[in-house]
Design a protein around this ligand. Structure first.
Ligand code: DGJ
Length: 339
């Protein structure tokens, strides 16, 4: 981040503070309605009824590095999946920890020693259940499984069902996507994170149908964030460099299962080659049909203090671009309650 960007960001933060509003500044601490930092990392948003529900990793206070591992395996104990609710995407109420750890059973997938990352929730219109998919791993990320949990309410509690290797393959970074026709898909980095699988889920969204495709084979893409615009599917992703930022890429296809054309970095502006020091997690559609790309700016040595970067996605004939901007609310005319 260069000096000019930092100065502009601080200036905007100061103006917003004096104006007394909650305009979220990318990379600054975002507070919930109780005044506490929002703790929902690697998250995604469900728009259900009139309310947005933001689910994410509820990071523990202490970050430590798993011993005897060659790469920078920083983590916190698993302390749950959080949920925040909002009707304007600005003021977020903490709804609590909706998937809780199980400290009593050392073999549980939800034991504090485990890793739970990138939780995403979709709603099943037929079963009336809220279905959460998440990356479930052991302390050194060798288990490589996808976990599923359900709840009758968007604010939980979620009941954990199981963690599996979908289609018999490794699963780490993931997201889940519900299409317009009600069919749902699990997207997950597999084969040592070298290949992204897209797997059709069963009608209850709880299992794999066995129908899947392997995408970007050998290209090592993770942190998938998918959205659909004008009948085309777009996947924003990162490269694989642990908690350190790298250059994003995106892909486009006419069919959710592919084939996808992998295209260069959509980010533009200062530090675009490092995705503005952040990593993709979700693409959110606003009421006016436009999209916000959600990113995490990880602080690997103090993960609970990782920040959020949300940026409008520009979609045009040539493809998509994601320009840097200090705040994302300019696209929010129809979602923000202007005071
Ligand atoms: C990159 C992934 O995208 C994150 O979710 C997390 O698993 C880190 N790697 C761990 O290093």
């Amino acid at each position: 981040m260069n000096r000019l960007t930092l100065t502009l960001t601080s200036l905007l933060a100061t103006i917003c503070l004096h104006a007394g509003n909650n305009t979220p500044i990318n990379g600054e601490v975002w507070l919930d309605t109780s005044g506490n930092p929002i703790n929902a990392h690697g998250g995604g948003i469900l728009h259900h009824g009139d309310t947005y529900y933001w689910y994410g990793e509820y990071k523990g206070k202490d970050t430590y590095r798993s011993p005897n591992i060659g790469w920078e395996c920083y983590r916190t104990d698993f302390t749950g999946v959080s949920c925040y609710s909002s009707t304007d995407l600005i003021n977020w109420n903490f709804e609590g920890v909706v998937l809780t750890p199980d400290p009593t059973n050392s073999t549980s997938d939800l034991h504090p020693t485990m890793v739970i990352e990138r939780p995403k929730v979709i709603y099943n219109d037929n079963t009336k259940q809220f279905v959460m998919w998440m990356h479930v791993d052991d302390h050194n990320y060798w288990q490589a499984t996808a976990g599923v949990a359900v709840s009758d309410s968007p604010t939980g509690p979620f009941r954990f069902i199981e963690a599996i290797r979908p289609n018999g393959a490794e699963s780490r970074d993931l997201t889940v996507y519900k299409d317009d026709d009600g069919k749902a898909y699990l997207l997950y980095s597999s084969e040592g994170n070298a290949t992204l699988y897209i797997s059709r889920l069963t009608d209850d969204y709880l299992k794999q149908t066995g129908v899947y495709t392997r995408n970007f084979a050998g290209k090592s893409r993770e942190a998938p964030a998918i959205f659909k615009n004008n009948g085309k599917y777009y996947i924003i992703s990162s490269g694989c460099s642990g908690w350190s930022p790298n250059e994003a890429a995106y892909a486009v296809a006419d069919n959710i299962m592919g084939p996808y054309e992998l295209l260069p970095n959509p980010c533009t502006g200062v530090d675009a080659d490092k995705t503005f020091y952040s990593q993709s997690t979700f693409a959110l559609q606003l009421k006016d049909g436009s999209f916000i790309a959600m990113f995490d700016r990880w602080k690997k040595e103090n993960l609970i203090d990782s920040r959020y970067v949300w940026l409008p996605i520009d979609i045009n004939e040539e493809g998509i671009t994601i320009p840097w901007t200090p705040t994302w609310t300019q696209n929010m005319e129809t979602d923000v309650d202007k005071k």
